[in-house]
Design a protein around this ligand. Structure first.
Ligand code: SF4
Length: 413
């Protein structure tokens, strides 16, 4: 929980808090299929990022009824079909994220969606799917389902982190067939991620192995956060072991922002050069980019390091910075340069993830902001996915001669 009071109060979005259909509409406009359990997620995973989302305004709809479902299906059916778009089951901007396969009608409604629309669907679950049915649907509607199975871990840590999730035995049945597009699981210790990769690949060579570490955010128990941090230490060793196994699946490693920044260093540096900033200009950035620019463009501008204080310091991500985080780091600046990606949240244009707008920021702080339009979420996402393969991580990062110098750069004060 934050120890300091927020500097800014976002303008409330929902005027009439009894009208929950406005939430459904907002989510659908953002490409979501907003089913609701009408309560918090009963699975209560220790690492769940939804445990504390008090930094943003939400209005959670009641459990989705047949009537609500008809409303949702009608609304989405009227939208034009984009063949590249996958509608995501579950809202996550204005309502709480939960495992929606715990809704007794979820399987039936997924089938409805595939039958009555020509659109594609994606969903994330820790595995509460009906096994023969999900394999049958994927076979019946090829290419229209993207099923991301959140395995998290098959190791002994599973019981500690997710005691109410489906059993490993059930997950093996979910994996054994055409249904799962990608399985995500993480490093926590020696022989965690690498063992899981071998086990999953022995059952399913088609699904993508989506690996990495979990990042602590605020609201998690201290022992859970430290287990996640321990996983970071084991990631290089675990990833190398998987690399040596030569598994046939597509394999990715994500979530270490300083690694992504290193692998994208040429693009970051050339984008920085193209901004044509002067030495006296102050630029806002999170730790990873700060590391890269300190290494390759030292003293070319004033780099204002801003930690992700609101989400807890581990995130180290420019996209997730807030105006509150920035305001706390100001000293005597009269003008600052701020990447556009900070103000492209689902809350609205020029608004951060908490709902505070650029206008509120400039009014309250009196600091002029020059928006760096080239540094947008599209650029950030491209960098994340472009270099995400396990092979790239091992060959271009772990085995890179610059790695130790890069890792030795201390976090700015
Ligand atoms: S199942 Fe998903 S939403 Fe539910 S507690 Fe676990 S991580 Fe959170």
């Amino acid at each position: 929980m934050p120890t300091t009071l927020p500097i800014f109060q976002p303008t409330p979005i929902f005027k009439d808090r009894t009208d929950y259909r406005q939430v459904l509409i907002r989510e659908m406009e953002a490409g979501k299929i907003p089913l609701s359990l009408g309560r918090d997620c009963p699975v209560k995973c220790e690492f769940c990022y939804e445990l504390d989302h008090s930094y943003r305004e939400t209005l959670d709809p009641p459990k989705t009824s047949d009537e609500d479902w008809k409303f949702i299906l009608d609304y989405i059916s009227r939208k034009p079909t984009d063949p590249t778009q996958f509608w995501c089951l579950g809202g996550n901007e204005f309502m709480e994220w939960t495992d929606l396969f715990l809704h007794p009608k979820a399987m039936e409604w997924v089938e409805d969606f595939l039958k009555y629309t020509d659109k594609s669907i994606q969903f994330f679950t820790v595995g509460f799917v009906h096994v023969p049915k999900i394999h049958q649907l994927v076979a019946q509607y090829p290419g229209r389902i993207n099923f991301e199975l959140s395995v998290i871990t098959l190791s002994d840590y599973r019981q500690r982190l997710m005691p109410h999730a489906p059993s490993v035995k059930h997950l093996m049945k979910v994996l054994d067939g055409p249904a799962v597009s990608s399985a995500n699981f993480y490093a926590f210790d020696k022989d965690t991620m690498s063992k899981d990769a071998a086990t999953i690949s022995a059952i399913n060579q088609q699904c993508v192995l989506w690996m990495g570490t979990l990042t602590p955010v605020r609201g998690l128990k201290e022992e859970t956060a430290s287990l996640m941090r321990q996983g970071r230490k084991f990631l290089p060793e675990e990833a190398t072991r998987i690399y040596q196994l030569g598994l046939p699946n597509l394999q990715t490693v994500h979530t270490e922002s300083y690694t992504t920044a290193f692998l994208s260093r040429r693009r970051i540096v050339s984008l920085f050069d193209s901004l044509e900033l002067e030495k006296k200009d102050t630029v806002v950035m999170a730790g990873s980019v700060h590391k890269i620019l300190t290494m390759f463009r030292k003293n070319r501008a004033k780099f204002l390091y801003v930690p992700n204080a609101l989400l807890s310091g581990d995130s180290d991500c420019t996209v997730l910075l807030t105006f509150d985080d920035i305001a706390r780091r100001l000293t005597n600046q009269k003008a600052i340069h701020v990447p556009k990606c900070i103000m492209q949240s689902g809350r609205g244009p020029y608004t951060d993830i908490t709902g505070v707008s650029l206008e509120q920021f400039t009014k309250k702080t009196g600091v002029r902001v020059k928006v760096l339009h080239k540094i947008d979420t599209r650029f950030a996402n491209q960098q994340l996915y472009r270099h995400g393969s396990l092979q790239n991580y091992v060959e271009q990062y772990l085995n890179n001669p610059l790695r130790s110098a890069y890792e030795a750069i201390p976090r700015p004060v």
